[in-house]
Design a protein around this ligand. Sequence first.
Ligand code: UDX
Length: 457
Amino acid sequence: MRIGVIGCGYVGLVTGACLADVGHEVVCTDNDLTKIDALNRGEIPIYEAHLDEVVERNHRQGRLTFMGNMAEAVSAVEATFICVGTPPLEDGSADLSSIENVARLIATEARGPQLVIEKSTVPAQTGQRLKRALEIYNHSGINFRVASNPEFLRESTAVMDFLHPPRIVVGVEDETSEQQLRSLFDPILHQTFQCPVHEAKCPPTTPPTFIVTSINSAEIIKHASNSFLAMKICYANLLADLCDRLGADVEQVTQAMGLDPRIGPSFLSAGLGFGGFCLPKDVQAFIHLGEKAGIDFGLLRQVELINKKRIDRFLERAKEELWILKGKQVGMLGISFKPDTDDIRFAPSLELIKRLQGEGASVRAFDPQALQKAKALFPALEACGNEYQAAEGADALMIVTEWPQFKDLDWKRVRKSMARPLVLDGRNLLDPAQMRAWGFEYFCMGRPNPGSTPAGG
Ligand code: UDX
């Protein structure tokens, strides 16, 4: 199938590259011409596992092209995925102006019937708006059909998530669109393609469930899923605070809870809370949508609040140990919002750096991927070449992102180089008994910390 993808950001690029990899002819376009030029030179603007090899191979073999002329890109395709940004506005609602611009472009430039698929995360009823916009700007009588195909890609595993998803959701209004999407996703639904990743690393390939819904339902599924995940994390974080107070271990509690198939083990890791460009923005947009529909989404407002308070809790703990932050040197391990990405958008580290620096502490940080981006935001941040430099001379070392490599540091060397061997582990990455045996004052989230008196005890 000949497919257009509008928007070469994170979602668009992964979608375009993977659809080409399973055999389609894909043309990707973007209004940022520097991005298109870079992609044509073989430069990938984001750090995402396996994406470079998938883009390179399909580009070289001619199945994936990057076109600066947007009108030409959308003119002769059978289906177009809209993957443009929908950033939050001041009031928390999503800015849908790019979606409208794209609708106008497709309506005026398409030369034949087209299925227009919204993949950007949008509030419910955007599909209806999109359909209306396509009608308004269409002066040549072309038949457009609209569908929704929400993406559930996680950063750092996006390529694998696209190729081996547990489910593919399509919101449609007619049989033709459903059939077209079935055949578009056929190689993935039947797992008949050659996986670009070495087989040993390939996740078990249970064929995905194909879920056909109305467009409104599909749009809600995306926001509902992300908000639920955010809620689950917040629940684990509340439990962590309770465990801290009562001398219990949140890891033991959540592990046992997760074995109940009704609950499941994922997204129960307590720590500094959720960040990234999706969860915070989607919770906010869902609250806004609920309120507009007259539904009290106080539950999700609590989620936002609980998440915001994670940094307060962590800093309170730091101050209990350090007393005064002014003049103290803090080492920071990890800045990206989660491991295996260079993305720092809405990362808990940002608020932490801001507040530490605001109180007069100096911050020396190391992150395997995100340092440059952080340095651009915080000129006073000392960017270190490795973990040991970040720890050297520090009054405290904070673990803010759970990069696996931090586990394997020479922790005895770290201890010797610190002014005070105080480690505040915001992600429960390390083994408390081992760290204390190595001579650290070690504190984590919701696992028994020495000196934390059980309430009433
Ligand atoms: C998320 C959704 O998972 C994905 O389906 C959607 O398409 C995009 O948004 P992503 O933003 O890549 O993906 O991050 P995710 O892996 O979901 O993690 C989000 C945040 O939650 C991270 O900051 C992570 O550190 C935090 N988190 C996650 C926890 O604090 N505890 C957990 O148990 C899991």
